[in-house]
Design a protein around this ligand. Structure first.
Ligand SMILES: NC(=O)c1ccc[n+]([C@@H]2O[C@H](COP(=O)([O-])OP(=O)(O)OC[C@H]3O[C@@H](n4cnc5c(N)ncnc54)[C@H](OP(=O)(O)O)[C@@H]3O)[C@@H](O)[C@H]2O)c1
Length: 336
């Protein structure tokens, strides 16, 4: 027997991917309801040989479901989700609205999915850059210990949603056809450019995206002491975030032991043969939903420091897949 489930923000990049994944993974759904803004009312979305009609989100008329998978803008989530929350419902939120609330679990199922046992209420899905990094850090931390992480992200434009993606394509065409540069979504042009600024800046001169990586990583790994030193960059790539990471482990290590540790994790694919041009590529993440890890190498001077490069699909593991895996875990721990 399946459950009643609703997708909020069903017409967005993440919402559409969630619906695809529910079908692909044969998630046990009896009734699927889809909600978005008034702009999308009446739009149809395919799900298991049926067409689901998108409804305008109105909390007074929302279907009674066991699980709500939400990918609304943060400001909308903040208001709407507490209105939907009830003690017999789980609401899985992709936005950043509740991630750092003390009583809201921030979940990557393979790391801290146990927190979902008997849980009802809002569950937060972490930031896309954080998820792919902690997927790699967690096994390294378990095996070798972990002291400090320095990370530079290269984040694709789809991370900012459907409109940003359209802006990248328009800016690119304008530049190629007319030699003209315009800034259609960000403060500066993104086509053929790099923007070392994601979200607003805090007084300490770190961007909000960078501070999310610090706070969320510490919360997921239950390591308030972990040293994290991030720089987040938006790059003119459609899908797939990449990260260059330098990690100080708790002890000295052999590169082969690192490789074997990572190869044992089902959600990770080690692609690491640079002499044969094998390393993680952003475009590969469109086909492979695992976190791709490569360019493994020891720091030239410091024996406890490991360098690696990872790439993952920001819409899949970075958002929709992790959210659906949270829903799967909720059902699994409920059945026990
Ligand atoms: N993209 C990523 O890689 C990614 C990764 C992790 C987390 N997230 C988070 O996930 C959320 C969605 O991201 P996205 O990339 O899917 O954005 P998106 O493509 O812009 O989609 C936003 C969705 O929310 C709906 N919506 C907007 N305002 C609404 C309102 N007032 N009432 C009801 N529905 C409303 C939109 O409906 P309409 O189509 O009708 O406008 C659309 O379905 C955001 O909080 C984002 O930060 C995104």
């Amino acid at each position: 027997m399946g459950i009643n489930l609703a997708v909020l923000g069903a017409t967005g990049l993440v919402g559409r991917e969630i619906i695809k994944l529910l079908e692909e993974r044969n998630f046990p759904v009896d009734n699927l309801s889809a909600y978005a803004s008034a702009r999308s009312q009446g739009e149809r979305i395919a799900f298991k040989n049926k067409q689901i009609t998108v409804e305008e989100l109105d909390t007074k008329r929302i279907a009674d479901c066991e699980i709500y998978l939400s990918s609304l803008p943060g400001s909308v989530s903040k208001v709407i989700l507490p209105e939907i929350a009830r003690e017999d419902r789980v609401i899985i939120d992709n936005s950043s609205a509740f991630r750092m609330d003390e009583d809201v679990p921030l979940i990557v199922p393979e790391i801290n999915g146990d927190l979902l046992e008997d849980y009802r209420g809002i569950v937060a899905n972490p930031n896309c850059s954080t998820i792919q990094m902690v997927v790699v850090l967690h096994p390294l931390s378990e095996k070798f210990g972990l002291k400090r992480v320095t990370v530079t992200t290269m984040q694709s434009v789809s991370g900012s949603g459907q409109r940003a993606l359209e802006a990248l394509l328009k800016e690119s065409r304008e530049f190629l056809d007319e030699g003209r540069r315009s800034a259609r979504h960000y403060a500066h042009p993104i086509a053929f450019n790099l923007l070392p600024a994601i979200d607003y800046f805090h007084d300490n001169n770190y961007s909000n995206e960078e501070m999310k990586m610090v706070r969320e990583t510490r919360k997921i790994l239950s390591r308030p002491d972990l040293e994290i030193n991030p720089t987040c960059v938006r790059v003119p790539v459609k899908f797939g975030h990449a990260e260059s990471c330098q990690v100080e482990l708790g002890r000295e290590f052999k590169l082969q032991a690192v490789r074997e540790t990572l190869e044992d994790i089902p959600g990770i694919a080690v692609l690491d043969d640079p002499h044969k041009d094998v390393y993680p590529l952003a475009i590969e993440t469109e086909k492979d939903e695992r976190t791709l890890v490569g360019r493994l190498r020891k720091d030239l001077d410091r024996s406890r420091v490991l360098n690696f490069y990872c790439a993952a699909n920001n819409i899949r593991k970075g958002a929709a897949l992790n959210a659906v895996q949270i829903a799967e875990k909720c059902l699994q721990v409920r059945k026990k």
